[in-house]
Design a protein. Structure first.
Length: 94
């Protein structure tokens, strides 16, 4: 039950932080980072109590964020076989 309360606090704070960052003209990630520092366990005020569970969810969130960034960048140079590919898209033999 404590984890659900902490998760609700983090999500509500992230929503507010994202809204404020958008209104100021900053990327949403800036609002999320600032809120993470404010709500984190090492600052005063409203903080999370179930740190281990939040850390595991944060690691999952970072993995999903990196996956989404990787899936958005689809250039030819980022392909793992880019040096061996020909113009037709087939692999060349060395």
């Amino acid at each position: 039950m404590e984890l659900i309360a902490d998760l609700t606090l983090v999500l509500a704070a992230a929503l507010v932080g994202g809204f404020v960052a958008h209104r100021v003209g900053q990327p949403l990630i800036v609002g999320y980072i600032v809120v993470g520092v404010i709500v984190g366990p090492f600052t005063g005020g409203l903080t999370v109590r179930h740190v281990e569970g939040i850390e595991q969810l944060a690691e999952l969130g970072v993995a999903l964020l990196l996956f989404s960034l990787g899936s958005r960048s689809r250039s030819a140079s980022s392909h793992p076989f880019a040096p061996w590919r020909s113009r037709e898209g087939r692999c060349r033999s060395s």
